[in-house]
Design a binder for this molecule. Sequence first.
Ligand code: GLN
Length: 300
Amino acid sequence: MTPAGAPSSTRPPTGSAAGVTWRSLLDRARATTASAPAARWLVEEIAGLSASGLVAALDAPAPQPAIEQMDRALGRLADGEPLQHVLGRWGFYGLTLRCDARALIPRPETELLVELALAELDGRDPRARRALDLGTGSLAIAAALVVADEMVEVVAVDRSARALELAAENRELLAPAQRRRLELREGSWYGALFPAELGSYTLIAANPPYLAADEWAGLDPVVRDHDPYDALVAGPSGLEALTAVIAGAPDALGRPGALLVELAPAQAEDAERLARAAGAVEAAILADLAGRPRVLRARW
Ligand code: GLN
């Protein structure tokens, strides 16, 4: 191998370390991702450096394995894989979670749901803070809750064994004291609860699938081809999961108790109506930062 920086008489074969600096890898990443932050995260990840560490190392030669890793990563991006899967981890509510095709990529909109959930828990008797995360996927909501609220105990449910595997890996990333307050269970919605637990929850949070089956084909391919179908599509109408989550809430919750569900803006009216029909004493739709109706908050 030609030592990095040494003059070379012939053009180095692709992937040779000759003259390849972190800066040139960053330029290549920028050209492929068309997003400066994404390119930077990718190079930081491969270099194993922080943002400032990478700036300091920009003109240093990149080692051959890093160049090959970058070739593979850029190839995956060029094939349409989401950056989150290529990086293998993604940020959610200040946490870094493992992220791959086993579960939905955590979305920034869902951070609103977490904020609202924490507000519901705040002020409740610390010894009786029990939350349920239905359809936990990567564990995003449940993990954010146990990290941000030192008292809450969370049961995180998913019917997908693959999602639960990823959720368990993300649970391992938490501190032991947080992990102890977070239980994973396989099951479909409230089917994962024991009869004795009914009426014991303070809070239910869910980001269920909310697309109708005929919306799936029209999704951006980066979503359609890489997020699990079952995490996106609820059924023929798109309201199936939302309906099940609302219908079971009054039995699972103690009083007072709250349900927070993320939804598609067009489902806001249906969600409010379903919550009232299920006996909610209060039902409101909260908007995201862009002003779109995003979350049902129902209280019993
Ligand atoms: N609860 C997970 C999240 O919010 C997964 C949601 C889903 O798969 N629909 O990211």
